[in-house]
Design a protein around this ligand. Structure first.
Ligand SMILES: [Zn+2]
Length: 272
């Protein structure tokens, strides 16, 4: 499942393709993708920005000529969703698992999603589209703010990082990697960190996420970026999916344990 770096990769690659283009038409081919009875009128609108909102790609559209009201589309890729940019829209009808197609004055954006868990959500304001949690890469997230969010939570750190109502964008891969980089046990209570450990956690989160973005994310099975290519951050993974192999820092064997039905990978020696 794409996490923050994968979604950021897609948004950064799509931005130069989409910004400034005007929508010719939108076709929703899969009824499951409709989030309301009448999809908003998109034709005639111009793309103003493409960014990321938590784990979703967020596209901002202008008002329609002569009408009021801008529009935002948030796309959640989930398991197998892909947003693919095509310079021409000729190929579109032949693509399999095509769930939606947004045609522009030149080119088309295809939403391809074999397992159909991805979602489209439309918003009338940017505030409405904003996630509840704070983005780990946001300048607004200071160590003091993170400490306040952690509060006195008795929840395990790993499970706490996966909640989307405190920090947004982290999933199983990056939660494991961040805790390893911060030398913190995934089983520690989130509210038990001292100020130095909170700073370590925040620093590790930013380091890992920024590095993953530089390498276009991690690909295990399904993730492909907007160009149809795979990310390469899997070469740098320190613990995730490395059970039994040597910790890259101390040489001890990486352990795997199941927390909330999900695998947690960690080094029992350097994450205490
Ligand atoms: Zn270690």
């Amino acid at each position: 499942v794409p996490e923050l770096p994968e979604v950021e990769t897609v948004a950064r690659q799509l931005a130069p393709c989409l910004v400034g283009r005007t929508v010719r038409d939108l076709r929703i081919l899969d009824p499951l993708l409709r989030d309301c009875e009448t999809p908003p009128a998109v034709a005639g609108r111009t793309v103003l920005r493409v960014g990321r909102s938590g784990k979703r790609v967020l596209v901002a559209f202008s008002e329609r000529p002569g009408r009021r009201g801008a529009l935002w589309l948030a796309v959640h890729l989930r398991m197998t969703g892909r947003l693919l940019w095509c310079e021409t829209d000729r190929a579109a009808p032949h693509v399999s698992h095509l769930r939606a197609r947004l045609r522009f004055d030149a080119g088309a954006l295809l939403f391809i999603d074999p397992r159909r868990f991805g979602t489209f959500r439309w918003y009338r304001s940017e505030e409405a589209a904003a996630p509840r949690g704070i983005d780990p890469l946001s300048a607004a997230l200071t160590p003091a703010r993170l400490a306040a969010l952690l509060g006195r939570s008795p929840q395990c750190l790993k499970a706490w990082l996966l909640r989307q109502d405190r920090l947004v964008g982290l999933g199983n891969i990056y939660a494991s990697e961040i805790l390893h980089a911060a030398r913190l046990s995934p089983f520690r209570a989130a509210g038990s960190l001292d100020p130095g450990e909170v700073r370590r956690l925040l620093g590790a989160a930013r380091r890992i996420l920024e590095r993953a973005i530089r390498h276009c994310g991690t690909t295990f099975s399904d993730f492909q970026d907007a160009r149809g290519l795979e990310g390469s951050f899997q070469r740098f993974l320190a613990v995730y999916d490395r059970a039994g192999r040597r910790c890259r820092r101390c040489g001890a064997a990486v352990a795997r344990e199941v927390q909330q039905q999900r695998s947690t990978y960690y080094c029992p020696h350097c994450q205490r």
